[in-house]
Design a binder for this molecule. Structure first.
Ligand code: ZN
Length: 284
């Protein structure tokens, strides 16, 4: 098949993709529509991006799902503030994976493979850092501080709130994404002796860690500034939900209605990809 479609890689990734879709549905990691969206994205990334790109997003998905449901009972009480929680919907899946999917296609169809490979790592490191920082940082025993005014503390779950534990998790996420990407990049050399390009492990780790840390910082800054933040008169509580969990329409306190958590995630995933691409231009 033309267009850079990788038949061998697709034959390996399709069964795994089908199995993961089944698990995601069974264990309620994803809502029904989100299972379909992520299955389609997985097919595109597995076929065009190949094994290394596919396994990187699988790594993100599997470990992030485990972290999301880790100490779920403690986190559940913050869902009243957070825009969403627990089982992910199709919009959340798209806001995390759309940029990666587009890059996988560009990777297959252009000759700039090594640049798109690193842009892909940049966007994946950003969404992974952001997810781990949120899911683990929320368990911090210290109150989060607002990224735009570190003297102010905010409630756990509020966008823009950062903790040292969250940043530790973001750093670990960068290491993790680099490791998965590099291992499968090398593994492909064992079978086919050719990737079409060479990238050193140092560059892969540097790109993943730098884009992850900057990307999730951008996410927090957007969360503290432009993201819609509301007050529910009925429950006398602040929330990121336009329609509060009680069913009441909440009043906009700051930010823009259009900028919900998903738009913020999509924006930072684009910025993560741009950082990865820019680092590729500088380092390669
Ligand atoms: Zn309410």
């Amino acid at each position: 098949m033309g267009l850079g479609f990788q038949v061998l890689d697709f034959q390996i990734t399709l069964p795994l993709n089908t199995f993961l879709a089944y698990i995601a549905y069974k264990r309620k990691f994803l809502e029904c529509k989100a299972v379909i969206v992520s299955f389609v994205m997985g097919c595109i990334i597995g076929g065009f991006g190949g094994l290394a790109l596919y396994m990187t997003i699988v790594g993100f998905f599997v470990v992030s799902s485990i972290f999301t449901f880790y100490k779920h009972d403690i986190k559940r009480k913050y869902y009243i503030v957070m825009s969403k929680g627990g089982t992910r919907d199709s919009i959340q899946v798209l806001s995390n994976g759309l940029v990666a999917t587009v890059i996988a296609i560009l990777y297959a169809m252009t000759t700039l493979k090594e640049y798109f490979f690193l842009a892909y790592i940049g966007t994946l490191a950003t969404v992974t850092s952001d997810t781990w920082a949120t899911e683990l940082g929320i368990l911090s025993s210290r109150k989060p501080r607002l990224i735009t005014d570190l003297k102010r503390t905010v409630e756990p779950g509020v966008s823009g709130g950062v903790t040292l534990l969250g940043y530790g998790a973001a750093l670990a996420a960068g290491f993790f994404i680099a490791t998965v990407a590099y291992v499968f990049y090398r593994l492909k050399l064992v079978f086919t002796e050719f990737n079409g390009f060479y990238i050193s492990p140092e560059v892969i780790y540097l790109v993943a860690i730098v884009s992850g840390l900057i990307g999730c910082t951008v996410d927090s800054i957007l969360g503290a500034t432009v993201q819609g933040f509301y007050y529910c008169e009925k429950c006398k509580t602040f929330t990121e939900r336009r329609i509060h969990t009680c069913g009441e329409k909440a009043r906009l306190v700051h930010g823009y209605e259009f900028f919900d958590n998903d738009v913020v995630n999509l924006t930072s995933s684009i910025i993560g990809a741009l950082i990865g691409f820019a680092l590729a231009l500088t380092l390669l």
